[in-house]
Design a protein around this ligand. Structure first.
Ligand SMILES: CC(C)(COP(=O)(O)OP(=O)(O)OC[C@H]1O[C@@H](n2cnc3c(N)ncnc32)[C@H](O)[C@@H]1OP(=O)(O)O)[C@@H](O)C(=O)NCCC(=O)NCCS
Length: 247
């Protein structure tokens, strides 16, 4: 693994940088995470105590065994499973497309880059520490058509952030919506989070529609706050609370 491992990203998927994101002109690079291997116990409702009003404290948080999360996750049409090294071709088939890469942090992926990324994603089977993640590919009729990811937004592991990408040949059929709904269920259920967000490039209308379709609330519009691919871009922040999802 290269030195100078990823810093926390500010916009969807940025956590997957191999090296720290480049500093914008006059800006600072992201800082590396510290490890904090703790999580929360589940209540009888499948929701963590941390989903309730009291803020978490060091004392109240206990280790969350990965076994609480059963993979793969099955939805009506999809199987959401852990990444495998033989997913390289499937992921390159869409991450290698400039249309898919337009609003995400990377240039179109090469096979070599995909192999590196998949290698990093394979252990992403649950939320157990600040730098843990849940990274799942979405299979439809046995083919990988996209992927979703959830990662903790802070050391309490009670706030999460999500990212996603799907193959253009399946856009417009609700697959991403179905996968993201399952990811949110997992975040508020077994992962015990109380809030999830998505940070989306303001020009990425398919993604902002997706956020709204799953019931996320548009909480903020940050003007020209993110430096990507040679320009300052706007960020739309969407958020969702556990009680809103349950309600
Ligand atoms: C973001 C992205 C996943 C959205 O893809 P998508 O196909 O629009 O999303 P879905 O699969 O949920 O499909 C929803 C569309 O299908 C339609 N649809 C058809 N059947 C549907 C169903 N059963 N359920 C829900 N929607 C359905 C919806 O009306 C919607 O169309 P609309 O956006 O024109 O209103 C896709 O654009 C993408 O991969 N982009 C590149 C990567 C990227 O930018 N990621 C964002 C990082 S934050």
């Amino acid at each position: 693994m290269p030195a100078g491992r990823a810093g926390a990203g500010r916009r969807g998927c940025t956590i997957w940088y191999i090296a720290r994101p480049p500093a914008a002109p006059g800006g600072r690079q992201g800082q590396p995470h510290s490890l904090s291997p703790r999580c929360r116990p589940l209540t009888p409702h499948g929701l963590s105590d941390r989903a309730h009003a009291r803020p978490p404290t060091e004392r109240s948080l206990t280790r969350c065994p990965i076994s609480e999360l059963t993979l793969p996750i099955r939805t009506e049409r999809l199987c959401l499973r852990q990444h495998r090294i033989d997913d390289v071709d499937a992921l390159v088939s869409y991450y290698g497309d400039p249309v898919v890469a337009r609003y995400i942090p990377w240039q179109p992926w090469s096979a070599e880059f995909a192999a590196t990324m998949i290698d990093r994603r394979i252990p992403g089977t649950g939320i157990t520490a600040r730098d843990s993640r849940l990274a799942l590919v979405a299979e439809y009729e046995g083919e990988v058509i996209g992927d979703v990811v959830l990662w903790p937004a802070d050391e309490t592991l009670s706030r999460g952030e999500m990212g996603w990408a799907f193959h253009p040949t399946v856009w417009g059929r609700g697959f991403a919506t179905e996968a993201v709904r399952a990811l949110i269920d997992t975040a508020f259920g077994p992962c015990g989070m109380h809030r999830v967000i998505a940070q989306v490039d303001g020009r990425n209308k398919a993604s902002t529609r997706l956020c709204e379709r799953v019931g996320m609330v548009r909480e903020g519009f940050l003007r020209r706050d993110h430096w990507t691919k040679g320009e300052w871009t706007d960020t739309v922040v969407y958020g969702l609370l556990a009680e809103e999802w349950r309600g």
